[in-house]
Design a protein around this ligand. Structure first.
Ligand SMILES: O=C[C@H](O)COP(=O)(O)O
Length: 252
């Protein structure tokens, strides 16, 4: 049975103090009213060690938003998968469209990152999704399939079992324009077919596929009701404990 997950991606928001406050607030709210799904908060690197010490791991897990494509050494400013793991984080987001678009992360680079993350026992939330022009040209399936093939198809079945996918249509990220539940379902079902072709039916059935892109308390229930949507990767609405909990509660 695949896992339902709501994951927050704080992106480049929150000072250390603000982040600690947010994690504390969320931890309290979820302790008082337990979630019906897995909860992950992915924070900037600087928050990881502090937040790791203050969350109840039986309720939520911690993740990073990125890691380096190199193991260690003279790579000024980079943070390795091993360093992420040493903070207590269990997850890492890789392949986010913002990393692909603004930091030139190619399928090859992402392949290195995925390998290093898995080698350090991190679970990977791997993001895929098309831009508006690609959707308008009807190329969304082709684009998403190529993203999956390009970075994940060399994994062994064992490695693949630690991958969570997040479909994030780029045109819906931070725009207030959510994909309809039908559009999300259609793509998630297609993604499952792509996974089945390579890793088999059981692996495809077991893959958690999250939807991301302007997901909020008001639309989460409708999205999560779709059979192939297993939760969300949340940006803006993860920055307030009440909003994030509102989305988590969509599973109730
Ligand atoms: O990683 C999260 C996504 O990019 C979604 O962001 P958003 O909820 O602000 O649209």
């Amino acid at each position: 049975m695949r896992k339902k997950i709501v994951a927050g991606n704080w992106k480049m928001n929150k000072t250390l103090q603000e982040g600690i406050e947010l994690a504390k607030d969320l931890n309290e709210k979820l302790t008082a009213d337990k979630p019906n799904c897995g909860v992950v908060i992915c924070t900037p690197f600087i928050h990881l060690a502090s937040v790791a010490g203050m969350i109840d791991e039986s309720i939520m897990s911690l993740g990073a938003e990125n890691c380096a494509d190199k193991e260690k050494g003279a790579y000024t400013g980079e943070v390795s998968a091993e360093m992420v793991k040493s903070t207590g984080a269990k997850y890492v987001i890789l392949g986010h469209s913002e990393r692909r678009a603004y930091y030139g992360e190619t399928a090859e680079i992402l392949k290195e990152k995925v390998n290093l993350a898995l080698a350090n026992d991190l679970k990977v939330i791997f993001c895929i999704g098309e831009v508006l022009e690609e959707r308008e040209a009807g190329k969304q399936n082709e684009v998403v399939k190529a993203q999956i093939e390009g970075s994940l198809f060399d994994l062994t079945a064992e490695q693949y079992s630690n991958i969570i996918l997040a479909y994030e249509p780029v045109w819906a990220i931070g725009t207030g324009k959510t994909a309809t539940a039908e559009q999300a379902e259609e793509m998630h079902a297609f993604i499952r077919e792509v996974i089945e072709e390579k890793f088999g039916k059981a692996a495809a059935e077991d893959t958690t596929i999250l939807y991301g892109g302007s997901c909020k308390p008001s639309n989460a229930k409708e999205l999560f009701a779709k059979p192939n949507v297993d939760g969300g990767l949340i940006g803006g609405a993860a920055l307030k404990a009440d909003d994030f909990k509102g989305i988590i509660d969509a599973w109730k």
